[in-house]
Structures are given as structure tokens and as C-alpha cells.
Design a binder for this molecule. Sequence first.
Ligand code: ADE
Length: 338
Amino acid sequence: MKKVNTKEFKKNSGEGGQLDEFVDSVLRPETWDDYIGQKKIKKGLKVMLGAAKKRNESSDHLLFYGQPGLGKTTLASLVAKEMKANLRIVSAPTLSRIGDLAAILSNLEEGEVFFIDEAHRISRPIEELLYSALDNGKIGLMVGKGPSARQIFLDLPPFTLVAATTRVNLISSPLRSRFGAIFRFDYYEKAEIEEIIGRSAEILKIKIEPEAVVLIGRAARFTPRTANRLLKRARDVAQMKDEKIIKKETVLETFEMLEIDEMGLEAHDRKLLETMIKKFNGRPAGINALSAALGEEKGVIEEVYEPYLIKIGFLHRTSSGRVATEEARRWLLIKSFI
Ligand code: ADE
């Protein structure tokens, strides 16, 4: 569990971690204006938070969902900042015992923003304790053992729960119904990704050619985290070649090193498409068959690999299964992959 004073967020999230994590925290937008994209969400949040502030209350609880790397945690940190509150971050799998959650809830400060990442992995008992915290602002705890055991109720200070997930359909409807607003994070527009790359390059004090920005943008899977990672890796390659500016050729070299192509496809994407094209010969492939052929979990294929391939028109989901499109086949042929 990390308790982060938003003022200290930038510093703390780099502490003790990898250098890359530190760089990420440097790139993290600190104001609403710095945060590029997700305009509808920002607009909705500004109204909710503004109104709550006028009433001198905590905001209603929020559920954020969408693909990894689209800025859910970053926006939660802006929510805390806007409310002049601390941000407390936990990942659901670390809440294994009721006592873990009870300890966090009972230590919350008034108005605090409590962020639970990977919310689809909240266990049943933890979810039930959350219900009473969200509904009545109280939690019931058992104290003592055997015949003298009794339940005591703890009053909690007002707080805002922000839950984030990549798999909203795994959030139970009783939990879902307790959020005042549910926000879906979309893939970013090409222009937004390019703007983010430009902003990050400026913060990292690196020069980059416009064509190199376009190349990184195209391979970034419409995802800021990926764009920033590719930019940093291209900077490494440029640095090793003692080049003062990141050029198109350097970016291509970086892609080769990372085994991704100009569309941002990784080995697992190519394997998935290749399996559909070769093994299924263009016939619709069932998710179970694909999962067995690739040795990968169904949920990972459906929620991690497929959305981007669908977005770029390389894969279609039909009622009888998945098919790789003609565009996908042509791209893999150009790349000599099939
Ligand atoms: N870095 C990561 N996500 C960002 C965003 N949405 N806006 C600006 N910079 C970012």
C-alpha cells in the first residue's frame, strides 16, 4: 500500500523503484491542462468535483475503466489534487484479508481519495466490507474470540473511493451501483498521442524530428504509456549513438530492438493473427480454440490483445468466432511474417 500526499506524488512514486518508474512520474501530468485527451471524462469530473467542493463535501465514488496505460491512475491523482486531499493507492490483490481493508479505512483522513486499482480482483469478503463503508460510512469489526466475541462499529470519515479496472464486466452489479459515476477511458486520438510525445520530449529535454514523433505515435497503440515507453527507448538508442536528436532511422532501429513493428504489433499479436490465418485458414476461430493454440488465457486474449487489433481493423469478432481481416493478412505479408 502506498499513501501519497499529492504534493509529494511526483517524488514518492519514483522513490525506491526502477529509474523508468521515476521517469514516468516526471512525465505524469500535474494539472488538468497538462492532461491531454479524455475530454469528456475531464469535463464530467470537473462538474462533479466543482459541485462537491461548493457543498463542502467529498465527491461521490467513481469507477474508471478501460485498457491499461490510458491514464486512470493519473486522473485519480488529479481528482485528489482538485479536492486538496491525499491519495491512497492500493491494488486489489494486495487486500487479501478483511483486516487489511479495515486498517486502511479506519485510518483514512477526512476527504481522502482512496484508489483501488485492479478492482475486478477484489475478493468477495472485501467487497462486502466495502458495501457497508460506502452505504453507511461505518464498518463492523469482530473483536475478541469465542463466546466473548462481539461486533463493534467504526464510524469512517467521509472519503471518495476511486476504483479502476480493465475488466468492467467482472465488477458485480451491487458494487457497480454504488458508484456515483462510471467513466470509460477510450483510446487516444493520433493527434493527442503526438502531442503527448512532444510534451514528454520537452520534459525529458530531448530533441526529436517530427517524422520520428509520427512513427512513435503510430506504434503507440493509441496509449500514452506505450508512447512514453517507446520515446524513452528511442532516446536510449540515440544516446548510445551520440546523436543529439531522435531521428526516424533511430526510431526504426528501436522498434527492431524491441521486436515491434510500425503498427505497434508485438510478437503475441502477430502470433494471434498468424494462428487465425494459417491454422483456421480464414474460418472464424473460437476463443477456446485460440486460447489452446496460443497457450494464453481467454481473458487476456479478449481484453488485452484483441481490443487494439479490432481498433486498427485487423480482427473482427463475429457471432461464430474471430477472423483476421484482409488488412491484417496484407500487413503480415509485407512484414514477411507469414
Ligand atoms: N502522459 C501520460 N498520459 C498523459 C496524458 N493523458 N496527457 C499528458 N501526458 C501524459
